[in-house]
Design a protein around this ligand. Structure first.
Ligand code: PLP
Length: 382
């Protein structure tokens, strides 16, 4: 049997909506993007939303509008994708990495507190795999030290922290609609915030720094006149992306139910296995199950993580590793980051395997993955 690591959950509805977007002759940002932004803001419970071409663009712009630049520090986790840290560097600021909580694999608020200095301007928590960071503590630390919180919510489009959806908590939240994410537009992203002034600046910065009234260009009221207020970027969403997003948002609940069904089955079987550490969950919150990162307990098995992945591959099962920690990549090593400074991150990385988890995974495929993983553990347990 073949089980891919991931396939997108796209149906005729998306194809029809994209087709009608193309047939409308409006290919760039327009009414569909506006509709997607409005529906998304209502969905997460934030006052404003701005569609962008990626989450990376969102993280970059968020730091730009907060005035983050040379001499500033931004605290984040080493257990993330390169984009989180690269955008700090793009602003000319210094990424300050602090270790994770080994249980949740999310940034540890105690470590954040220790790392705050007068140069700290922002904290970027990442809701790893779709499980929320400890937002109350993080917001408290931020308020206490007068720094901003920008959430990297690339995994967290459905995540709830207590009864609040991610997107309505931090100062600015950045979502990803990349092909593999829970809600996908191929490439795409969204920023949400309650701060109208910041959102106006973000909007201007996301399209060349063009004055806001020039945005009427994207309607019948448009004229030829515009003014550039700052050297902005070209980060806007397009209506083709938004047409996918509108349909995907409409079926998010259905897609999440399917994800949860797979995750529940994995949890049920794997939590009984001594050699495996299952992802942390907590009924107080809502896991978005973007990923299912299982951890091999190294000292209980005669097989390493890399070899385990090879065996699964031989059995036709696609997997991935989230994440290769930032300090392990040659570029960040050159900047002076050392993985030995992040004990819990290194330990998690050494045992972690992301198993297939997507809405279209069949019951037979799920059972096959469970069977193969259990067989391997049985075969190689000490
Ligand atoms: C996918 C991802 C991003 C980048 O999202 P893009 O939309 O591809 O820019 C950022 N952070 C994390 C944690 C991610 O997984």
């Amino acid at each position: 049997m073949k089980v891919p690591f991931y396939t997108p959950y796209i149906g005729q509805e998306e194809i029809d909506e994209v087709t009608s977007a193309i047939q409308s002759n409006w290919l760039t940002k327009g009414q569909r993007t506006k509709k997607f932004e409005e529906s998304f803001a209502v969905y997460v419970g934030s006052k404003h939303a701005l569609g962008l071409n990626s989450c990376t663009a969102g993280l970059h712009l968020a730091q730009k509008v907060l005035g983050i630049g040379e001499g500033d520090q931004v605290i984040t986790t080493p257990y993330t994708f390169a984009a989180t840290v690269n955008t700090i560097l793009h602003c000319g600021a210094e990424p300050v990495l602090v270790d994770i909580d080994p249980l949740t694999m999310n940034i540890d608020p105690r470590e954040i507190e220790k790392a705050i200095t007068p140069k700290t301007k922002a904290i970027i928590p990442v809701h790893f795999a779709g499980f929320p960071c400890e937002m109350d503590r993080i917001m408290d630390i931020a308020r206490c030290h007068n720094v901003k919180v920008i959430e990297d919510a690339a995994h967290a489009v459905y995540t709830k922290y207590h009864d609040r959806l991610v997107g309505s908590i931090g100062d600015i939240t950045c979502f990803s609609f990349y092909a593999t994410k829970n809600l996908c537009t191929g490439e795409g992203g969204m920023i949400t915030s309650d701060d109208e002034e910041l959102m106006n600046e973000l909007q201007v910065l996301s399209l060349h720094g063009m004055s806001k009234n020039a945005w009427n260009r994207y309607s019948d009221k448009g004229t030829w006149f515009y003014e550039i207020e700052s050297p902005g970027y070209k980060y806007n969403m397009t209506d083709i992306q938004a047409s996918l997003g509108i349909v995907q948002l409409g079926k998010l609940e259905e897609m999440q139910t399917l994800r949860k069904k797979v995750a529940d089955q994995y949890q049920t079987f794997y939590s009984k296995v001594e050699q495996l550490q299952v992802p942390h969950d907590d009924p107080k919150h809502r896991h978005a199950w973007h990923l299912y990162p299982i951890r091999l307990k190294g000292d209980t098995l005669k097989i390493g993580r890399d070899e385990f992945i090879e065996k699964l591959k031989e059995a036709g099962i696609g997997t991935s590793v989230h994440f290769i920690p930032i300090p392990i990549h040659p570029f960040y090593k050159k900047l002076g980051y050392k993985i030995t400074d992040y004990h819990h991150t290194l330990k998690a990385y050494e045992g972690v395997i992301s198993l297939p988890l997507f809405p279209g995974l069949t019951e037979k495929q799920t059972e096959y993955v469970i069977q193969q993983v259990l067989n391997l553990v049985d075969q190689y347990k000490k």
